[in-house]
Design a protein around this ligand. Sequence first.
Ligand code: OVM
Length: 396
Amino acid sequence: MTATAVVPHSDLDPFSDAFLDDPYDAHRALRDAGPVVYLDHYRVWAFARFAQVRAVLTDPATFCSSAGVGLTDFRKETPWRAPSLLLEADQPEHTRARHAITKVLTPKVVRRFRDTFTQAAEVLVGKLLDRGTFDVVADLAEAFPLQVFPDAVGLPPDGRENLLPYGSMVFNGFGPRNHLFEEAMAGGVAVRDWIMAHCEADALSPDGVGALIHQAAAEEGYEPGERALLVRSFLSAGVDTTVHGLGNAVFCLATHQDQWQALRADPSLARAAFEETIRFESPVQTFFRTTTVDVQIAGVTLPAGEKVLTFLGAANRDPREWENPDEFDLSRRAAGHVGFGAGTHACVGQMLARLEGEALLGALARQVETLELAGPPVRQLSNTLRGLQTLPVRVG
Ligand code: OVM
C-alpha cells in the first residue's frame, strides 16, 4: 500500500490565520493523529511529535535542505531569492559555508559582545522604566536587537529600518503564497536592494562580524558574490528571530507572574527564562525538508522527492517528551528543545541570540519590580514566526 493510504490525513491548514493565531490545539491534534500525518491542503507530510521532528532534523542526507526549507520545491519552481549558501544547502556545500561562519562566531567573539549587549540592555530598560508604560514589541523587543545586532555586524546607522521588512519577506516566504506571503513581498524591491548592497564588504565597517565573514569566506575560497551571500544569512536570520524571541519572553513573564517573581528574585535565571521561552513559544515554528530517497519512518515508506513539514513548536510541547509541556517554568531543563533546530543545521547564531536574551531579561530582572499588561497584546501573524505585533505593559 502507498503511504498516503495508511497515514492519517488532516485538512488542517498550518498557514491559515486561525492556525497561526493559536496553534496549540491543532498541534495536539496533529501529534495525536500519528507520528506522521498527510496534509491534504498542501500535499506534504507533517511531523509534530518531538521524536520524529528530531529524527528528521538530524538526518540531513535523507531529509535535505537544498530543495528549500519552505513549501517551494527549488527543483520545480524558482525561489523568490537566490538560495542561501547555508540554510538551503546540503553537504558538502553546507559544511563549507558553516565552517566559514563558525570560524567567525567563536566563543571569544561572542564573549566580546557580552559587555556591549549588557550595557545597552541596562540603558534601554532604565529609559523605559522612566516612561512607565510602553510597547514591549517596538520599544524593547525590536529596539534592542535593532541596535546591538547591526552594530555587531558592522552596518551603517542609516537604513536599518529595512531589516525587519526583509525578515518578514524571508520568513513569510517559507510559506505558501497566501495573503501573508503576498503582503510581505509587496513593494519589497527597495528592501531587497538595500539588504544586498549592505552585504558587500565595502558597506560594512572593518571591525564588525560582517567584515570577518568576508575574510573567513575569502580564506575558504569563496568568490566576492558568495561572501556577500554568507553575510545575507546574518541579515536574514539574525533580527526577526530574536525580536520574536525577546517579545515572547516578556509576554510569557508578564502573563506568568510567579515566574516573573522567580526571575526578579534571581536575575541569574535570565538565561533559563530565555531558553524556556524558546521552548514554550518557539519563535521559529516550522521548517520544511525534502526526502532524497524512499524513507521508512514510523512504519511507513515516504516516497523520495517530497516535502515534509516539521513543527518545531509542536515538538517542544509534546507530552511524550516533556512533563507539563504547557506550563511555562523557568526551573525546568528546557535544553534539548528543537526551537533552534537540531543537527548540522542547528542555529549557528544561537549563542548570540542567547546573549541578547540574557542581557535583556537580566536587565529587566535587575531594574524592574512590577511588570503588568497595560492593554491587550496583538499577535503578528507570519508563515514561520510566532510573536507579537504590540504588547503594551506598565512597569514600576
Ligand atoms: C539564511 C537564513 C534565512 C532565514 C533563516 C535562517 C533560521 C537562515 O538566509 O541563511 O535560519
